[in-house]
Design a protein around this ligand. Structure first.
Ligand code: ATP
Length: 319
């Protein structure tokens, strides 16, 4: 079997400005995820126990994964991602092994964020089906056991100074170098500025575990207890202000005319961030189609309210 470090793919860094709205959520994430990773000694001096694990919950397509990637990008830490659906294996003991390996890798590439998407599929409430329930129990036990062995250690050397070290060692590199490793079982591992990790003196200590779910009610309560995923952050659907901000993010690189983002935000109630992204893409494609139909692909493309109206006929709200 191919091991998880065998193949490497690229992952785009995400900046906080790429995320429209959600200002309160961004603030909470920075406080719970970034601060412990960047300033562990400051928290220590203030006798504040750093968060070990965070649960993001909210409807699909509302930015949970993207927020975690933004935190990983801004902290310059390794980002490992494992989806619940990827863990289950027909081979006895294999699912637990996949989980353990992900933790092993997170420790080896620390400081790191280990992200479990759709975590309810991994450690959901015990199923009525006996075999499924046994596997879930074993995965839960592995996860709890592994979580006891990680966290944010309060070292003398801060991660902030660590990042400065990294800045020095990446002189000449135009931006953060990223890579994503993914094996044939789908274990993904993204490492940002990873070429510097080998020289770090914090191996195995700074691991932040983050879970995301659309169904917090489905989670086994054991994973939510203190010392586990005990910080819970709700990522809500975008309100009108957030929808305007998201539309601004996705139209900012287009040439546009007569767009009233405020009005559009009011007309897109029940659209998620993912829906709005899709709406902007479809509107752009309608504009392009018009140009191509005129047989003039070289002429400037301008996206207008008419294109958005047509896009809205095909992109429906998910909420
Ligand atoms: P799921 O529960 O289905 O995994 P999710 O909550 O993790 O969904 P993401 O995968 O982060 O959602 O978002 C889906 C897409 O929508 C991404 O391309 C993301 O960039 C975009 N998106 C969602 N919300 C926003 C937002 N507030 N600003 C900018 N883009 C957004």
């Amino acid at each position: 079997m191919k091991r998880s470090s065998d193949c490497v793919i690229d992952l785009q860094p995400v900046n906080w400005e790429d995320i429209g709205g959600l200002e309160d959520v961004k603030h909470e994430i920075r406080q719970s995820i970034e601060w412990p990773l960047l300033y562990p000694d400051v928290l220590h001096r203030m006798d504040l126990t750093p968060t070990k694990g965070v649960l993001l919950f909210g409807p699909p397509g509302c930015c949970k994964t993207t927020l975690v990637k933004a935190a990983a990008t801004s902290c310059h830490v390794t980002f490992l991602s494992l989806s619940g659906a990827q863990v289950f294996s027909p081979y006895v003991g294999e699912s637990e092994k996949i989980v353990s390996e992900a933790f092993q890798k997170a420790r080896a590439l620390s400081p790191s964020i280990l992200f479990f998407d759709e975590i309810e599929t991994l450690v959901g409430k015990r199923s009525s089906e006996k075999n499924q329930s046994r596997v879930q129990e074993r995965i839960l036990a592995t996860l709890l056991n592994e979580m006891d062995g990680v966290g944010i250690r309060l070292d003398k050397k801060t991660n902030a100074s660590l990042n400065q070290d990294r800045g020095r060692s990446t002189v000449g590199v135009s931006g953060p170098q990223e890579m994503q490793k993914m094996d044939n079982r789908g274990v993904g591992c993204t490492s940002i500025v990873s070429e510097c990790n080998s020289s770090l003196d914090l191996k195995g200590s700074q691991v932040m575990v983050i879970g995301a779910t659309n169904r917090p009610d489905m989670l086994d309560p054991a994973i939510l207890r203190p010392g586990r995923l005990d910080k819970h952050i709700h990522v809500p659907p975008p309100d009108a202000e957030a929808r305007a901000a998201i539309l601004k993010v996705y139209t900012s690189k287009m040439s546009t005319s007569d767009l009233d983002l405020h009005k559009m935000s009011l007309d897109t109630e029940l659209y998620t961030g993912a829906d709005l992204k899709n709406l902007c893409k479809e509107a752009g494609l309608f504009a392009l189609r018009e140009i191509l139909a005129r047989g003039d692909p070289g002429s400037p493309i301008c996206v207008n309210s008419h294109h958005f109206a047509r896009a809205k006929e095909i992109v429906k709200p998910s909420l």
